[in-house]
Design a protein around this ligand. Structure first.
Ligand SMILES: NC(=O)c1ccc[n+]([C@@H]2O[C@H](COP(=O)([O-])OP(=O)(O)OC[C@H]3O[C@@H](n4cnc5c(N)ncnc54)[C@H](OP(=O)(O)O)[C@@H]3O)[C@@H](O)[C@H]2O)c1
Length: 356
């Protein structure tokens, strides 16, 4: 028996709930790799899942939690079941058949996205059974707790940084803008970029309370996010060599309109909105590139590249300074971490010690 958070669906008879339950292995979905989960984390998407959002929860009941870090208990090719993408966590036949070649009991592993916490059971549980396709071994030198502190937010920040560099952006290119700066993706992006020698401007709505924090991560300039929030001209004064944006909507449109000739912008999120009221002008007159980062479906080679870089580059003391640790039940309820991240009041990263 083990503890899991379970989200149920609204019905005409009663509202859906997110509650702590004690369940057993029979409750878990099919999957080749069974994991004793140690840590998960709270991301914006987890807040939505805990609130029962159908935009995130694809199948009820669901164990939310898009991140997990833990230890492999067993690898069971026979436990993979039929590879059916509609509702089966087993994974493709090819990758599943390699599970025992890639993993063994006792391995420390990380899983970010790949459908967990959305269509497959996720990390807000002491035990998980998952497909092996996107599992990454915990890199040497990184603790399980710090890997959870990085989580999907930090992984996304790193694939954003790698995307900028693959598009030719370097520290000598000029200023880099990070939006949603005091949030999870933003905080890690600032630390990674500053560590690589970039000059970083942090756009935030909380400069009064989080300004010192953002400077401690490596931001050299703070920008009030209201300066980017309203509709602007299609082409504006060139300010940014690159940007990592968690906000979307008119903020992203203004960023693209302010990006230097040859610059690049990575769209990671939609904290302001999913719309994007742009014109083609920045692309046809300045050769700006707008690209995206998708942590959920990132291929295994990118996952391994990003995690190796995160382990090597992210200053543990800086990571600890942006991390708050809570127990499994602390994610629940109106004052819980799930509600607080939706309200925009969480700073940095929240680790969930699922055993606490
Ligand atoms: N593409 C992917 O694979 C991927 C992965 C992870 C996350 N995401 C998305 O990226 C976004 C950030 O995720 P996160 O985990 O970092 O969330 P988070 O910790 O809640 O951070 C979001 C930050 O955005 C800013 N913000 C909130 N509401 C805003 C608004 N209305 N207008 C402008 N800024 C606003 C706030 O920063 P300040 O207080 O500093 O202004 C907030 O801290 C979310 O939309 C999430 O769904 C995408």
């Amino acid at each position: 028996m083990f503890r899991s958070i379970v989200v149920t669906e609204d019905t005409p008879a009663e509202p859906g709930t997110a509650e702590l339950r004690t369940v057993d292995d029979d409750f878990l979905q099919p999957g080749a790799v069974t994991i004793a989960v140690e840590y998960s984390s709270v991301n914006y998407k987890d807040g939505l899942a805990l609130a029962g959002s159908r935009g995130v929860v694809r199948s009820f009941p669901l164990i939310p939690g898009i991140d997990l870090v833990g230890t492999v208990v067993s690898v069971d090719e026979g436990g993979a079941g039929d590879a059916d993408d509609a509702g089966d966590a087993s994974g493709s036949g090819g990758a599943t058949s390699q599970a025992s070649a890639r993993f063994a009991p006792g391995d420390h592993v990380i899983l970010n996205g790949d459908g967990i916490g959305e269509k497959f059971f996720g990390g807000f549980s002491e035990r998980a059974r998952v497909r092996p396709d996107a599992l990454v071994k915990l890199p040497a030198g990184l603790t399980a707790k710090r890997a959870a502190a990085i989580g999907t937010a930090g992984f996304t920040a790193m694939i954003g940084v790698l995307a900028l560099e693959k598009l030719g952006i370097q520290p000598s290119s000029g200023e880099i803008l990070v939006t949603g700066a005091a949030g999870g993706v933003g905080s890690v992006a600032i630390a990674l970029l500053a560590g690589r020698g970039y000059s970083v401007t942090a756009s935030t709505g909380r400069a009064d309370t989080e300004g010192d924090y953002l400077r401690s991560l490596g931001a050299t300039t703070l920008l009030n996010r209201s300066e980017l929030a309203d509709p602007g001209k299609p082409l504006q004064k060139q300010r940014w060599a690159g940007a990592i944006d968690s906000v979307g909507s008119t903020t992203l449109a203004n960023i693209v309109a302010q990006t230097n000739y040859g610059g690049a912008v990575v769209s990671c999120g939609l904290a302001q909105g999913a719309d994007l009221p742009l014109t083609v002008m920045p692309f046809i007159l300045r050769g700006v590139t707008l690209t995206g980062a998708n942590s959920v479906e990132a291929p295994i080679a990118l996952r391994e590249e990003a995690w190796a870089a995160l382990a090597a580059e992210l200053d543990p003391a800086l990571l600890d300074s942006m991390t708050n640790t809570i127990g499994l039940t602390d994610v629940l309820g109106p004052a819980g971490a799930g509600s607080r991240i939706l309200a925009g009041s969480v700073r940095g990263r929240t680790v969930v010690d699922v055993r606490a």
